[in-house]
Design a protein around this ligand. Structure first.
Ligand code: GDP
Ligand code: IMO
Ligand code: MG
Length: 447
């Protein structure tokens, strides 16, 4: 099983960090392929909680080489702060490799993200204000600054001058803002360059060689399928490719190595930011899901919108990504609901849609068609075997498998590594818990 992908099957925050960390135990490499520090991945190890934004979630294991692929946009200040924070907690980032082709988020990208949202008024997207959209826009516009530019001050300065000529003209004339200074940004980024230089690498070659040598590589997605620039709920999306195609364009590795493509999905649905969400519950039920699931953004702290599981969307995610399995997270949050609703279709102008509608108006205005399933009242956060789940919970999981057309290979019943039920061992090997695996003195398990 050389190549495994973990990606978001909904609108992000599905628990990718937990599942990546869990599976990283058996890997040699963990590679982030998309997004930037708009992502917030939570990993809980023993009593310690880590919130990772740019750092791949395999970083807690000393034997893992973590890679930030070319598809990621990097804010150097945030990455260095993250490295320092991890170092202070006894975690080495010495093995981190950063793609020379990854693009940099620049100070003016943050300004344009902010101004873009302001100018949209009520139609705003609710971005994370991390400059992500403008950074990817400059990449497509061939005006981007790349990690490799940090290694040559002359080139960095020349490119920055070209970029700032255009950016400053817009900032001063269209938005009446102060211009950015070439010299100030140059000085700031050359400071980062010194620290990042030892980590910069041809990561496409590195990963391909590792895979050819039979090493195990896990590709960690950020965001989720419905936030994908092409396949998501455009324009209420992020500006990268969280779906399977992003693995290839975002790492420079081809598809022949992939064996497992695991979509992470919550047992219900959440969304941060604006945009359509047919099964959203703006009522007591949504409040309860949010309270039980502690649904607050990992990056921005915003309250997440909550709703019932949408199987139309999950089946869509399975198709778009060629999922081989689903990791169903936060099943524990559903305990105590007497009845559980699951969306199996959308009703719009007398027609029922069982697939993701081809026109956004339908998705915006449709009414969800629900099936009701029995709930369960038992606390399942300590269950580690499928056989010990209440019957109604087993039926819920089976319903998800049938609806999505993909096996549920893992059920998560809490944030910790141990709060996991492996349902298909042929896809995922059982986990041996080591609560302090990240400590420097940790002796990695024999492969
Ligand atoms: P990511 O962006 O996909 O990595 O997800 P986030 O870390 O942003 O959000 C998921 C949140 O749910 C985190 O606080 C996790 O610690 C937590 N979590 C993950 N799996 C479970 C689970 O099965 N049950 C519960 N109750 N919490 C979980
Ligand atoms: P992880 O990896 C949830 C959302 C934002 C906004 C939209 C565009 O933790 O799952 P952006 O700043 O990317 O231009 O914002 O995308 N968004 C996320 N929502 N989880 C994320 O990442 C997200 N990253 C971006 O809230 O609606
Ligand atoms: Mg998150």
């Amino acid at each position: 099983m050389p190549g495994t992908v973990i990606l978001g099957a909904q609108w992000g925050d599905e628990g990718k960090g937990k599942i990546t960390d869990l599976m990283a135990d058996r890997m040699d490499f963990v590679v982030r392929y998309a997004g930037g520090n708009n992502a917030g991945h939570t990993v809980v190890c023993g009593e310690d909680e880590f919130k990772l934004h740019l750092m791949p979630s395999g970083i807690l294991y000393p034997h893992i080489t973590t890679v930030i692929g070319n598809g990621v946009v990097i804010t150097p200040k945030v990455l260095l702060e993250e490295m320092d924070g991890l170092h202070q907690r006894g975690i080495s980032c010495g093995k981190l490799r950063i793609s020379c082709n990854a693009h940099l988020v620049m100070p003016y990208h943050l300004a344009f993200d902010h101004l873009g949202e302001l100018s949209l008024g009520n139609a705003k997207l609710g971005t994370t204000h991390r400059g992500i959209g403008p950074a990817y826009a400059d990449k497509a516009d061939r005006l981007g600054m790349r990690v490799q530019d940090l290694l040559d001050e002359k080139i960095f300065k020349a490119k920055l001058e070209v970029a700032l000529e255009r950016k400053n003209a817009i900032l001063t004339k269209a938005f009446d803002q102060e211009p950015f200074s070439v010299d100030e940004i140059l000085a700031e980024y050359m400071g980062y360059a010194e620290r990042l230089a030892p980590h910069i690498d041809d990561t496409s070659l590195l990963i391909a060689r590792a895979l050819d040598d039979g090493k195990k590589v896990l590709f960690e997605g950020a965001q989720g399928t419905l936030l994908d620039l092409d396949h998501g709920t455009y324009p209420f999306v992020t500006s990268s490719s969280p779906t399977i195609g992003g693995v290839f364009s975002g790492t420079g590795v081809g598809p022949k190595y992939l064996e497992n493509i695991i979509g992470v999905a919550k047992a219900y649905v959440t969304r941060v930011g604006y945009g359509p969400f047919p099964t959203e519950q703006e009522n007591e039920c949504g409040e309860l899901l949010g309270a039980r699931g502690v649904e607050f953004g990992t990056t921005t702290g915003r309250k997440r919108r909550c709703g019932w599981l949408d199987l139309v969307l999950l089946r869509y995610a399975a198709r778009v990504n060629s999922l081989t399995g689903i990791a169903l997270t936060k099943l524990d949050v559903l305990s105590e609901f007497e009845r559980l609703k699951v969306c199996v279709g959308y009703s719009y102008q007398g027609k029922i849609y069982h697939e993701f509608p081809p026109h956004q108006t339908i998705f915006h205005k449709c009414e969800p068609e629900y099936l009701e399933l029995a709930g369960w009242s038992e606390d399942i956060s300590g269950v580690t075997e499928r056989a010990d789940l209440p019957e109604a919970a087993v039926r819920y999981v089976e319903f998800v498998e049938q609806g999505a057309g993909v096996p549920v290979v893992l059920i998560s019943v809490g944030p910790k590594r141990t709060q996991t039920i492996i349902t298909r061992e042929e896809y995922i090997e059982p986990i041996e818990e080591g609560p302090y695996l990240y400590r420097e003195d940790f002796d990695p398990p024999a492969k």
